[in-house]
Design a protein around this ligand. Sequence first.
Ligand code: CA
Length: 220
Amino acid sequence: MSRVLIAEDETRIAAFIEKGLRANGFATAVVNDGRAARAAAAGGDFDLLILDIGLPGMDGFEVLRALRAERVSIPVVILTARDSVQDTVAALEGGADDYMPKPFRFEELLARVRLRLSGGRQTETTVLTCGDLSLDLRTRRAQAGNRTVDLSAREFALAETFLRHPGQVLAREQLLSHVWGYDFDPGSNVVDVYVRYLRRKLGASRIETVRGMGYRLVAN
Ligand code: CA
C-alpha cells in the first residue's frame, strides 16, 4: 500500500484529498504546517508528498527546497492556485515533481499521484482533440483550426472539460463542479460567462446551447 503525506492547512481540502485517497487504497497522513511537512517527509515513512504552497511556518516552496537540499528524493505533487501556475512551474526542477492547480477534481489529482508513484513512466494523454480543435495539456495551448489561441487558466479548464466529454451535454452544475471544484456558488452564472469567452476565442459554433440542459461541444 502506498503511503501519501498530505501537507494542507485547509481542513476541508485535506479531508477531501484524504477521503479520496483512502477510497482508492492509499494510506494517508495529514500535516497542516510547513515544518511538520518537512520533518514528516524527511522521515522516510511516505512514498509521496502532496504539498500545498500556502502553508503556515514554511511555505511549500521552502519545504520543497529544504527537502531537496537534504537529498530527500520523495516525489512531490504541489497544490497551487491557478493564477500562480507559472511561478510554480518555474520553481520545479527536473521531472521529479508535479503540480495541481486549485481547485481541482479528485480524479485529476489521483492521476498525478499515480503517475509520480510510478516514477513518471506511465504514459498520459497530453493532447485532447475534437475535430480541428485541440488542447495541449503540457504547454496549456489551444489550437482552433490553424490558429493558436491563448486561454486564461479558467477558460482552459473549461475547454478541457468539454474536450474530455465531446458531444456530450454537460449541465451547468457539472461544469461548475468540474472547473470551479469545491469553490463554486451554485447560483452563479460564471459558466455562461466563460462559455461566452470560449465561443469568442474558439468560434461560436463549437459550443452548442442545449436548452434547459446545458452545453455541448461539437466538432467543427
Ligand atoms: Ca493553504
